[in-house]
Design a protein around this ligand. Structure first.
Ligand SMILES: *Cc1c(COP(=O)(O)O)cnc(C)c1O
Length: 385
């Protein structure tokens, strides 16, 4: 039997040698997209709290009231001790907001994908996955035992992957509405059409679109109209500034998942205070749609100042190629007072290490200008075209 610590040491050494070691550091976040690191306050371009709702007094108040009224934890899974009415209230509110019949709340976005996919497909079925898909979509697809076919982004590759559709019983196509690392927005309308034409169910993971595109409703809405997307997964942990995940779908699908999704059935439900925070944040999105446009506006100003094409979301990647160069760029921005973490393989493909900028609503004009000046001095490996 091998020595476990010895095994771990060898693995760590290999990660360190390739610049892929990951370490957790301590940080304190505060309003204005600020984060304190090693005693220094930086402006964060790495948080997904696009609208600063994690610090909004109305959200904090709702969470505190629920905390004191109902306690710190939820006690058990919802099917065991019953769900807190706040969970049902959030489900009703998010379903109404997105224009679906129903929604089902999960512990996180990761747990949503992990539960939804294997509940709907299995052996003899096909999952078509954008090869860049988030780890949680891969986790759900792989644990389903369906055949997983990965393809390039966009409508064409998905259509080609669906040519084998007839060899399978059921088929699910899973994409990200806004790609979490590249920031490009999927043509959900066209993909929904292709999926429907092939008798495939479309799942759109809208983690990075909810709250920041289409007046907050994300990529399954276009110009105020709900697109024909039967499965929209979202997270409460990004623009909503809280924690949790959900599936917005038809009533029968939500009902089926209530019984079938293992990551719903077999895990403790979210604390009521966390759900109260999500609900309060959702009410702010609804009341202040103009606020949801600001992150993309900031990202657009940044790209235009650098002579780059307009971004499709508040996420703008700065490609550097190697992990070492991305880490050097991260250090340079940090010296200038910005936190933008290097994203390295395996989160992104080999040779595409990058800084990923997620533009927060709170970024002030002067800081945006300063950011542009620093990035101008960098050798960004911009893609051609
Ligand atoms: C962040 C993210 C998730 C996971 O959501 P959590 O609530 O953080 O677990 C899932 N899918 C995508 C595309 C994401 O970006």
């Amino acid at each position: 039997m091998g020595d476990l610590d010895q095994f771990a040491r060898q693995k760590l050494a290999a990660l360190r040698a390739t610049g892929l070691l990951r370490e957790v550091w301590d940080a304190r976040r505060s309003p204005g997209a600020r984060v304190e690191r090693n005693g220094r306050t930086l402006i964060s371009l790495s948080c997904n709290d696009y609208l600063g709702l994690s610090q909004d007094p109305r959200v904090l108040e709702a969470a505190a009231a629920a905390l004191h009224a109902y306690g710190a934890g939820s006690g058990a899974a919802r099917l065991i001790t019953g769900g807190h009415p706040l969970a049902r209230a959030f489900e009703r509110a998010i379903a109404d907001y997105l224009g679906t019949e129903a929604a089902l709340l999960f512990g996180s976005g990761y747990l949503s994908n992990l539960g939804v996919i294997p509940s709907l497909v299995g052996e003899g079925d096909l999952v078509v996955l954008d090869q860049r898909a988030h780890a949680s979509l891969y986790a759900g697809a792989r644990s389903s035992r369906a055949e997983v076919s990965t393809c390039g982004p966009g409508v064409g590759p998905i259509r080609r992957a669906l040519e084998r559709r007839r060899q399978f019983r059921n088929c699910l196509v899973a994409i990200e509405g806004v790609h979490s690392m590249d920031g490009d927005r999927a043509d959900v309308s066209a993909i929904a059409e292709v999926a429907a034409a092939h008798d495939a169910w479309l799942l759109v993971d809208d983690a990075h679109a909810l709250g920041v595109l289409e007046d907050g409703k994300g990529t399954c809405t276009s110009g105020g109209r709900r697109l024909a997307v039967p499965l929209q997964v979202g997270t409460c942990s990004k623009a909503l500034g809280s924690y949790g995940g959900f599936l917005a779908a038809s009533r029968v699908v939500a009902e089926l998942l209530t019984s079938r999704a293992r990551s719903f059935v077999y895990t403790t439900s979210l604390p009521p205070s966390v759900v109260a925070a999500s609900l309060a944040a959702l009410q702010i999105l609804q009341a202040e749609p103009e606020r949801t446009r600001v992150p993309l506006q900031k990202a657009t100003l940044f790209c235009r100042a650098l002579g780059r094409p307009d971004p499709q979301s508040p996420i703008v990647p700065l490609p550097f190629g190697t992990p070492e160069r991305a880490l050097a760029a991260q250090a340079k921005l940090q010296a200038a007072g910005f936190l933008a973490m290097a994203i390295r393989p395996p989160t992104v493909p080999e040779g595409t290490a990058r800084l990923r900028l997620a533009f927060p609503q709170a970024l002030e004009a002067a800081d945006l200008e300063r950011l542009v000046e620093v990035v101008r001095t960098m050798e960004v490996a911009w893609p051609a075209g």
